[in-house]
Design a protein around this ligand. Structure first.
Ligand SMILES: Cc1cc2nc3c(=O)[nH]c(=O)nc-3n(C[C@H](O)[C@H](O)[C@H](O)COP(=O)(O)O)c2cc1C
Length: 184
């Protein structure tokens, strides 16, 4: 069984709701980055031992939250020793606007994985972009690098769009499947 972790920050619970679906799809454990941008020593040890790491962050001001960036910078310790090289990585970001510059945060996540020498898993879900498409459809935001999700600005944490939650589960399952294949 692969060891897969979803390490995420969520200021107000919306990204957490997505993280839970990604984790369910991947049969992964959740590690929350707290309001100070920190995870526990046990969390770091789990990530060091992981086969796959999935990053999650809200998009704040067009990029990852400062708490996620603090975690990313703290992972320079692993970078120095190549401790996370050849692990499988994926990522997701949630924000209020359909675009909201989520792609910038996504590229930050992909770049972080690449700095660590990781193997990045793309989304591989066809976009739902016809006139009939709604937020209940799979990948209605049309991501490809990783998973983009949306919670409208006036939506509670339990109102992340249903198509995005379903997409999250599928993306988690894809990462788990690829991780299992690479482990042999
Ligand atoms: C400081 C801050 C900056 C934000 N910047 C953006 C942004 O650049 N683009 C966007 O679409 N939404 C933006 N939002 C909205 C959040 O991305 C959205 O509310 C998201 O669901 C929050 O996720 P969370 O509950 O996991 O923190 C911002 C919210 C905050 C608090």
């Amino acid at each position: 069984m692969s060891q897969i972790y979803v390490v995420y920050h969520s200021g107000y619970g919306h990204t957490k709701a997505v993280a839970e679906q990604v984790a369910e799809g991947a049969a992964a454990q959740l590690i929350a980055i707290n309001a100070d941008g920190e995870i526990t020593e046990a969390g770091w040890a789990a990530l060091d031992a992981a086969d796959a790491i999935i990053f999650g962050t809200p998009t704040y001001m067009g990029n990852v939250s400062w708490q996620f960036k603090k975690f990313a910078d703290a992972s320079s310790k692993q970078w120095f020793t190549r401790g996370w090289a050849d692990k499988v990585f994926g990522g997701f970001t949630n924000s209020a606007s359909p675009s909201g510059d989520k792609q910038v945060a996504m590229i930050t996540l992909q770049t972080l994985a690449s700095q660590h020498g990781g193997i990045w898993v793309s989304l591989n879900l066809a976009p739902s972009n016809t006139k009939a498409a709604t937020g209940a459809d799979i990948n209605h935001l049309g991501g490809s690098v990783g998973l983009l999700t949306r919670a409208p600005a006036d939506a509670g944490a339990d109102e992340v769009l249903s198509g995005d939650l379903a997409s999250a589960k599928l993306y988690g399952a894809r990462i788990a499947s690829i991780t299992a294949r690479l482990r042999g």
